[in-house]
Design a protein around this ligand. Structure first.
Ligand SMILES: NC(=O)c1ccc[n+]([C@@H]2O[C@H](COP(=O)([O-])OP(=O)(O)OC[C@H]3O[C@@H](n4cnc5c(N)ncnc54)[C@H](OP(=O)(O)O)[C@@H]3O)[C@@H](O)[C@H]2O)c1
Length: 211
């Protein structure tokens, strides 16, 4: 099984990293704070290693698990170390009001990442529409969570879809990278539901197939 690199050591890194390690992937955790990367790798267990922040990631798939406010700088800092990698953007560029996006109207954070990533990297949006604790608990759920995916490269999306399936979730291809903007709005929808109707965060947004 291949290696997945995750940049970041917070809630999403723990959720995706834990699932990936449980599915048999080697998970490389990379953090600007090496002690936090080590702590998460220790928590994940035997399939987890740590990498050096800014150095060549061990995995061909690199998950950006840092806040949107930091992600462009992080990608710039990595520069050519991300050449040829399949970058997974899980970020939500949500503004401080939790009701709007900080990206220009009609554009996505993912597109901004594409602008600063090496030309040979593929960038796919995925995992942004589920809460970290919901993802982390997904293995015990009877109904697999839906993970929406957007990207321009069919092969890259297929690789992420296979990864999602391996983690025990259902990949849902939402279309080309232009759809990343819609997926970021799904996060706003979740936050709106938390505030106005559901009143908690123990839910997932997915597709009910009616036949
Ligand atoms: N939480 C969710 O339910 C959820 C759901 C979907 C998508 N997302 C997205 O997933 C991403 C990660 O979320 P999270 O909940 O895992 O966040 P988190 O728990 O706050 O962890 C963020 C990670 O990013 C690192 N980081 C912050 N600023 C950085 C910088 N300038 N340079 C390098 N690393 C930096 C942090 O390092 P330090 O510990 O050193 O600060 C930490 O390891 C975000 O973009 C978020 O929008 C989150």
């Amino acid at each position: 099984m291949s290696t997945i690199s995750i940049i970041g050591s917070g809630g999403m890194a723990a959720a995706i990293g834990g699932l990936a390690a449980g599915a048999g992937y080697t998970v490389e955790i990379v953090s600007r704070d090496a002690s936090k990367a080590q702590a998460l790798a220790d928590e994940i267990g035997s399939n987890a290693t740590t990498g050096i922040f800014g150095a060549l990631p061990a995995g061909d798939i690199v998950i950006l698990a840092v806040p949107y406010s930091a992600v462009l700088d992080v990608v710039k800092q990595y520069g050519e170390q991300l050449a040829g990698k399949l970058i997974v953007d899980i970020t939500n560029p949500v503004g401080p009001d939790l009701k709007s996006l900080v990206t220009p109207e009609g554009n996505s954070g993912t597109r901004e990442i594409v602008k600063v990533a090496p030309a040979t990297a593929q960038v796919v949006k995925a995992f942004n529409s589920q809460f970290s604790h919901v993802l982390a608990a997904s293995a015990v759920k009877q109904h697999p969570l839906d993970v929406f995916i957007a990207g321009d490269d069919a092969q890259a999306k297929a690789r992420i879809a296979a990864f999602v399936e391996r983690l025990g979730m259902r990949p849902m291809d939402a279309g080309a990278l232009d759809m990343a903007c819609a997926l970021e709005h799904v996060c706003l929808l979740s936050l709106g539901l938390v505030t106005h109707s559901v009143m908690h965060t123990r839910f997932s947004i997915g597709v009910s197939l009616l036949g």
